[in-house]
Ligand binder design. Structure first.
Ligand code: NDP
Length: 293
């Protein structure tokens, strides 16, 4: 039996429609229109595409976006000054500093400068710290990990006691996903580049989240029959048969895994669309928080 295909595009569209409806209601009721500031430093083409997609999604949901494009050689001081100005700007509910930053900038200091109430990417060290502490709630949950969790919850009755394996321990995907799975009472194994016998570890997984950035590394015979597979990887590989000579694949060999898994996210169309949907949700939440202040 082939796996159920988890349609991230459809789930993301549902979330975006819900956000748009609530935004319309709040504006109708005379409350402020939520606002998101996007800060892009330099001219990384992938980052430019992501920021444009985020701004377009904001517009569709009725969220105002304020774009700041800074030159590649922006100083740490100037970037932090902008963040402080945005912290104080009442029109701005969420601040998104697009990563990665140019190498001369200290990402950790920039992220820590963002007001906790506007940290819609959820990368402020206090938000991540709260995620790691039992019984504490972060103000915002990082968007891609939150998207993975929503897809899992829609496809599993419960995560309680399931064996979850997370491939990757990055600050933006692997580690926060692992922390969220622990919070959901899964038993979590975190794997990385030094993990031994990786295929054997993955074979124990009832739930597998792959976020390594290695095209099709996870083979079909690594997957436990019936497992739910969330493939976060986005990798461009050569494909002479494709129109532009390349195509996107995940970290999981989809054609093999789909024969074994119980449910699986495709790439593209799985986790990818969820990130922006969760960003809109976080921005709305930030606006709701500001109502109470
Ligand atoms: P990073 O490069 O920051 O982290 C990769 C992780 O994978 C590291 O923890 C690394 O281990 C581990 N790793 C690398 N090679 C291996 C290996 N051979 N075996 C086991 N573990 C390995 O990547 P990100 O977390 O930023 O992104 C991961 C993937 O997800 C990428 O393809 C990225 O494009 C995609 N992505 C998709 C998003 C979306 O869909 N919205 C959003 C963000 C990312 P170690 O720590 O030891 O180096």
């Amino acid at each position: 039996m082939t796996a159920k295909i988890i349609d991230g595009k459809a789930v993301a569209a549902e979330v975006r429609a819900e956000v748009a409806a609530v935004v319309a209601q709040r504006v109708e009721a005379g409350k402020s229109r939520p606002g998101l500031a996007t800060v892009l430093v330099g001219e990384n083409p992938a980052s430019q595409v992501y920021v444009r997609m985020k701004q377009k999604a904001c517009a569709e949901a009725g969220i105002e976006s304020f774009g700041y494009n800074l030159p590649e050689d922006t100083s740490q001081e100037d970037l932090e000054k902008l963040v402080r100005e945005l912290n104080a700007d009442e029109r701005v509910n969420g601040i998104l500093v697009q990563l990665p930053l140019p190498k001369h900038l200290d990402e950790e200091r920039v992220l820590a400068a963002i007001s906790l109430d506007k940290d819609v990417d959820g990368f402020h060290p206090v938000n991540i710290g709260r995620l790691a502490q039992k019984g504490r709630k972060p103000q915002f949950i990082p968007c891609t990990p939150a998207g993975c969790m929503l897809l899992l919850r829609k496809n599993l009755d419960s995560l309680e006691g399931v064996n979850a394996v997370v491939l990757g321990r990055s600050n933006i995907v692997g580690m926060p996903v692992a922390l969220l799975l622990v919070e959901a009472n899964a038993t979590v194994t975190i794997c990385h580049s030094r993990t031994k016998n990786l295929p054997d570890v993955v074979r124990q997984a009832d739930v597998l989240v792959a976020a390594v950035g290695r095209p099709e590394m996870v083979r079909g015979d690594w997957i436990k029959p019936g497992a739910v597979v969330i493939d976060v990887g986005v990798n461009r590989i050569d494909d002479p048969s494709a129109k532009n000579g390349t195509r996107l694949v995940g970290d999981v060999a989809y054609d093999e895994a789909v024969e074994v898994a119980g449910a699986i996210t495709p790439v593209p169309g799985g986790v990818g669309p969820m990130t922006i949907a969760m960003l809109l949700q976080n921005t709305l939440k930030a606006a709701e928080l500001s109502d109470k202040q």
